[in-house]
Design a protein around this ligand. Structure first.
Ligand code: CP
Length: 361
């Protein structure tokens, strides 16, 4: 039995297979109508969501299954202090698969190590959002006709945007892609993503603050929202919130084959006047999310049926002497969680928190 916590949990072959299943669902929805009959999805959303929660629920219903869950922490026993680990054990008694969104980085990972059913990370703080990446991959594949040899511009909040980190991880694994990272200085891509993903794999990239100068060379423009909820300083958010607004005038600088994606919700970083441009793919992207979540639910339930034992993790590089200093890490609030660090770069002696991947200082 496997869970999906990071997009790196799946190989490129598995991602391609999921895209193929999603394409088949689109072509032959009737063939999938009862594939999850008598199965239950639990949607455990400790943080607000429209697309992710409802597309998961629609996905399970269209597969013939049913859905239980909650949409805010306040209506669960987390509000009484119940731990993520206990919640996962309890939900395993009632459902066949879990989709969890949580503001604490690493919370879905903790759930996956305690549940006896597959757990899907539906977004954990500013860390990962792998099912958004699945939606992004299907969208790029359908809209651009390929996943390789693309120039991908990512614009806005590259620091806190969890969808950005997962998308870069995924698209770096396809041949011939290059990135143009468009952000204000304060919201640049974190150094660990640049070093561990782009530099480590020799992926070409450029950094700029100017959308207008970059848009003409792009095959994909991935716009993102400035993530107000992740800022510690509200004044800093106010200064940066209108850094980029995509307008028809800026779209006129893009190629006819350009496709604009956005994980949504948008605030005002894409003018509604862009919506009727055929290159605006963000609403189609939200629909693609449902198909990829259908493919994912099928895959994880089939794997769990074939082998119900939780996948072992390799503990060989683990160390237990340190304290994670990320205030958003699940280990910062769940005091009984052991502090565990993984050696991620033995030459440089870099160790990272098992839950949130913050470097141990
Ligand atoms: N893209 C995305 O995660 O949207 P929601 O927050 O509405 O789920």
């Amino acid at each position: 039995m496997r869970s999906l916590i990071s997009i790196l949990d799946f190989s490129v072959e598995e991602l391609d297979a999921l895209i193929a299943v999603a394409q088949d669902i689109i072509a032959h929805p009737e063939a999938y109508q009862t594939r999850c009959a008598h199965k239950k999805l639990a949607t455990l959303f400790f943080e607000p969501s429209t697309r992710t929660r409802l597309s998961f629920e629609a996905a399970m219903l269209e597969l013939g299954g049913s859905v239980i869950g909650f949409s805010q922490a306040a209506s669960s026993s987390a509000s009484k202090g119940e731990s993520v680990a206990d919640t996962a054990k309890i939900i395993s008694c009632y459902a066949d698969i879990i989709a969890m969104r949580h503001p604490r980085e690493g919370a879905p990972y903790v759930a996956s190590r305690n549940a006896t059913i597959p757990v899907i990370n539906a977004g954990d703080g500013g860390h990962n959002h792998p099912t958004q990446t699945l939606a992004d991959l299907l969208t790029i594949s359908r809209e651009n006709g390929r996943l390789n040899g693309l120039t991908i511009g990512i614009c806005g909040d590259l620091k806190y945007g969890r969808t950005v980190h997962s998308l870069i991880e995924a698209m770096s694994r396809y041949e011939g892609n290059r990135f143009v990272l468009i952000s204000p200085e304060q919201l640049k891509l974190p150094g660990y993503v640049r070093r561990n993903v782009l530099d480590a794999r020799g992926i070409p990239y450029a950094q700029t603050a100017c959308l207008e100068s970059a848009i003409g060379e792009l095959d994909v423009l991935y716009m993102t929202r400035i993530q107000q909820e992740r800022f510690d300083d509200p004044a800093e958010y106010e200064r940066l919130k209108n850094s980029y607004v995509l307008t028809p005038e800026k779209m006129a600088l893009g190629q006819p084959t350009l496709r604009v994606l956005h994980p949504l919700p948008r605030v005002n970083e894409i003018s509604v006047k862009v919506d009727d441009d055929p290159r605006a793919a963000y609403f189609r992207q939200a629909l693609n999310g449902k198909y990829m979540r259908m493919a994912l639910i099928l895959k994880l339930l089939e794997e769990a049926q074939a082998d119900p034992v939780r996948e072992e993790i390799d503990t060989s590089g683990f160390t237990y002497d340190g304290v994670c200093t990320n205030p958003k890490c699940i280990s910062a609030v769940e005091q009984e969680l052991p502090q565990i660090f993984r050696l991620t770069d033995s030459a440089a002696g870099i160790r990272r928190c098992l839950y949130c991947e913050q470097r141990l200082k």
